[in-house]
Design a protein around this ligand. Structure first.
Ligand code: UD1
Length: 363
């Protein structure tokens, strides 16, 4: 008789929790795995972590590393030091990491250095631009992972081109599992106005940490809101730049700009679904808007999610192009292979195949 397979599931920032929720539920109910859910604490604000866990019916983490904010080097090195101790005491057989945030690369590198197998969910995404810090996190995590679960053929091919050593499994897009779960129930939101046209988010360092770029964004927002009422959930990073560069008053007295703090998953998805358009620099929103058929303008030079452009409703744009594009928006429903709500189940089946084939287990 063998013991249960001990698995660590690592989350730290808002987008991680969306990807963790569907898989954690399956792993928790599997008779083969014993899971420890670890939150690194990279995101600690209620709206960036607690509320999203509530809306996704994600259970409370078993452990919290409590890293908080700081430079990337601080975050990664602190998580590594603290996570080493957790690995030494809990001795997992497998560590599962998600996406491309600092917590992902920190946990993956620690585990690998300590001889523990690593599985990366949402592997193989590439924008081939190291100015985006997430690209560095992705490449390092993929290069050392033993099992790489990819969302589409394109990402599997990216990994093959890099001669990645780990085993590649094409499983589909796990974020869609959460969307399917969410929209199965009738949902409503009391928080914000129902009378609005679009939704906008900006939080990437390259857009909001630079005074000139942020100033340009404010100027464009003024143009957009002459014609459209737009909801703007402000990420803490963006808020701190607006304050630092004294731009707050420029957007405060604009009745067509509905400013809020970061929205809960519930409120965000409902408002995204009801939007005529979205303007963003986020990664995940490009996929969520494609799933919902809402035109999305992504203010970036490149994207690691090309399927949202070739098959979806997403368009890469320059900031100054947005104003004229907003007049031509049209919603359209889209179907993409393996965006079916069953990705987490496929991952579970692969993990069972890898770990459980000729064992009998005891609880
Ligand atoms: C992180 C991810 C990014 C992801 C985003 C989603 C990295 C490198 N970046 O960016 O890929 O798209 O999350 O939100 O991992 N802060 C708070 N409260 C919090 C967390 C952060 O006020 O709960 C503030 C702090 O001032 C902090 C800043 O936001 O310095 C940035 O937070 P950080 O976790 O470093 O990166 P994000 O910009 O959130």
């Amino acid at each position: 008789m063998k013991k249960l397979i001990k698995v660590h599931v690592i989350g730290g920032a808002r987008p991680n929790f969306v990807k963790i929720a569907p898989l954690l539920k399956l792993l928790d109910s599997s008779k083969f795995f014993k899971v420890i859910f670890i939150n690194t604490g990279q995101h600690y604000d209620k709206n960036l972590s607690d509320n999203i866990m509530r809306d996704l019916s994600l259970r409370k983490p078993d452990l919290n590393i409590g890293v908080g904010s700081g430079s990337h080097i601080y975050q990664i090195s602190t998580i590594m030091k603290k996570y080493e101790k957790i690995i030494l005491t809990t001795k997992p057989n497998l560590v599962i990491v998600f996406g491309d945030v600092n917590s992902t690369v920190a946990a993956a590198l620690t585990a690998k250095k300590m001889g523990i197998k690593v599985a990366h969910i949402e592997a193989g995404l590439r924008c081939y631009d190291d100015d985006l810090t997430e690209e560095i996190n992705r490449r390092i995590t993929d290069s050392l992972s033993d099992y790489l679960f990819t969302p589409s053929k394109k990402e599997s091919d990216n990994l093959k081109k890099e001669n990645i050593q780990g085993k590649i499994y094409l499983v589909g897009n796990i974020m869609i599992d959460s969307l399917e779960f969410f929209f199965k129930k009738k949902r409503s939101s009391k928080t914000l106005s129902n009378h609005f046209d679009g939704l906008m988010t900006f939080h990437r360092p390259e857009n909001v940490d630079n005074k000139i770029k942020l100033g340009k964004l404010i100027k464009e927002i003024k143009k957009w809101t002459k014609k459209y009422k737009i909801i703007f959930p402000v990420h803490p990073r963006t808020l701190s730049s607006l304050r630092k560069f004294k731009f707050e008053k420029d957007i405060l007295n604009n009745t067509n700009l509905i400013q809020t703090g970061p929205l809960s998953y519930n409120d965000f998805l409902i408002h995204m679904k009801n939007s005529k358009f979205i303007v963003t620099d986020s990664g995940g929103i490009q996929e969520e808007s494609t799933y919902l058929g809402v035109p999305c303008f992504t203010v970036r030079k490149n994207t690691e999610r090309p399927i949202t452009i070739s098959k979806g409703t997403n368009k890469l744009v320059k900031l100054e192009e947005v104003n004229s594009l907003l007049t031509k928006v049209k919603k359209k429903k889209i179907k993409i292979s393996m965006w079916d709500g069953r990705t987490s189940l496929r991952i579970l089946k692969f993990l069972e195949k890898i770990y459980c084939k000729d064992f009998t287990f005891e609880k």
